[in-house]
Design a protein around this ligand. Sequence first.
Ligand SMILES: [Zn+2]
Ligand SMILES: [Zn+2]
Length: 78
Amino acid sequence: MPNCPKCDKPVYFAERKTSLGKDWHSFCLKCEKCNKTLTPGSHSEHQSKPYCTTPCYGALFGPGGYGRGGTESFTYKK
Ligand SMILES: [Zn+2]
Ligand SMILES: [Zn+2]
């Protein structure tokens, strides 16, 4: 039984949402900033935490979806 990365409790199949390679309770997959409920596969992620792509991720981590000066800036140059 996987544990939810948000609340650290077991996630049962019926209430599971898989996103970012982890299993979440449907009510735990929310934007870290605005608490909006997110849809698996159509949201952003920063340091393993879910964010809505607009406006929160763009506002927090820069336009274009990739942070200015964050670790992501370096990965695509390899
Ligand atoms: Zn949870
Ligand atoms: Zn948000």
